[in-house]
Design a protein around this ligand. Structure first.
Ligand code: DX5
Ligand code: ZN
Length: 217
C-alpha cells in the first residue's frame, strides 16, 4: 500500500480550513494530527477541540498521533472528537495490551508508535493486535527535522515480523519524509508516509502529494 498522510502540524493555522480543503482535493489518504503535551515531547501543539474542528471539514480519515504521557486517559475524548485511528507511544504507556483493547472497544483503529531508539522487536507479542505501527524517523516534537537513515532497516525488520506472524498492521513512517526518500521507504516496506513540511512548505502541495505517492503522471 502507498498511502500519504499530510501532517497538519505544518499547516497554516490561520487558514486551516483552506489547507484541509487542499488535502481533501489531493491524492492524500489520511489527515495526520499531531497532539503534543509538552511533557512526553518538548513542544505543545493542539488537542481535542482542534481535532473536533478538523473532523467537520475533513473528508478523509483522521490519523491521530498522540505524543502525550498517560495517553489512555484521552482515548475516549479523541474517539469522540472524530479520530479514525489513535496511535500512542510505546515509551509513554506501561500497559500496551490493555490500551490497545481500550482503543478498539471505542470502535477506533489502534496504533503504537516507536521513537527512533526503540527497537521494533519490543512489539513482537502485540503486533497481531495492532492496526498500525508508526516508526518515528525523527525525534518527536517538531516538524521540519532531518530524516534518520536507520529507519530503512527498522521498516524492513518490521515488514519481516509482520510477514512471519501473518499480521495485518500497516507500517507508517513519520518525520523528515520528502520526495527524495519516499520511494525508498515504500520499497523497504512502508505502507503510509506522513509528510508535514514537504507538503505544506511546497509551492505546489497537490503536486508534491502526487509525487510522494509515487504514481506515474
Ligand atoms: C513530529 C510529528 C510529525 C511531524 C512531521 O513529532 O510526529 O508528524 O509533523 O513533520 P515533517 O514531515 O516536517 O518532519
Ligand atoms: Zn506525527
Amino acid at each position: 500500500m502507498n498511502l500519504i498522510a499530510p501532517s497538519l502540524l505544518s499547516a497554516d493555522f490561520l487558514r486551516l480550513e483552506d489547507d484541509i480543503e487542499m488535502v481533501n482535493q489531493s491524492e492524500a489518504d489520511w489527515f495526520h494530527c499531531d497532539v503534543m503535551d509538552g511533557r512526553f515531547v518538548p513542544n505543545i501543539s493542539f488537542g481535542i477541540p482542534v481535532v473536533q474542528a478538523i473532523k467537520k471539514k475533513a473528508r478523509k480519515p483522521l490519523d491521530v498521533h498522540l505524543m502525550i504521557v498517560e495517553p489512555e486517559k484521552y482515548f475516549e475524548a479523541f474517539a469522540k472528537a472524530g479520530a479514525d485511528d489513535i496511535t500512542f507511544h510505546y515509551e509513554a504507556c506501561t500497559h500496551i495490551h490493555r490500551a490497545v483493547q481500550q482503543i478498539k472497544a471505542l470502535g477506533v483503529k489502534a496504533g503504537v508508535a516507536l521513537n527512533p531508539h526503540t527497537p521494533v522487536a519490543v512489539l513482537e507479542d502485540i503486533l497481531s493486535d495492532l492496526d498500525l505501527v508508526l516508526l518515528m524517523s525523527v525525534n518527536p516534537g517538531f516538524g521540519g527535522q532531518q530524516f534518520i537513515g536507520r529507519t530503512y532497516e527498522k521498516v524492513k525488520k518490521l515488514r519481516l515480523m509482520i510477514e512471519e506472524q501473518n499480521a495485518t498492521a500497516l507500517i507508517e513512517v513519520d518525520g523528515g519524509v520528502n520526495t527524495q526518500n519516499a520511494k525508498a521507504l515504500f520499497d523497504a516496506g512502508a505502507d503510509v508516509l506522513v509528510a508535514g513540511n514537504a507538503v505544506f512548505k511546497s509551492e505546489n502541495p497537490i503536486e508534491t502529494i502526487h509525487q510522494l505517492k509515487q504514481e506515474q503522471s
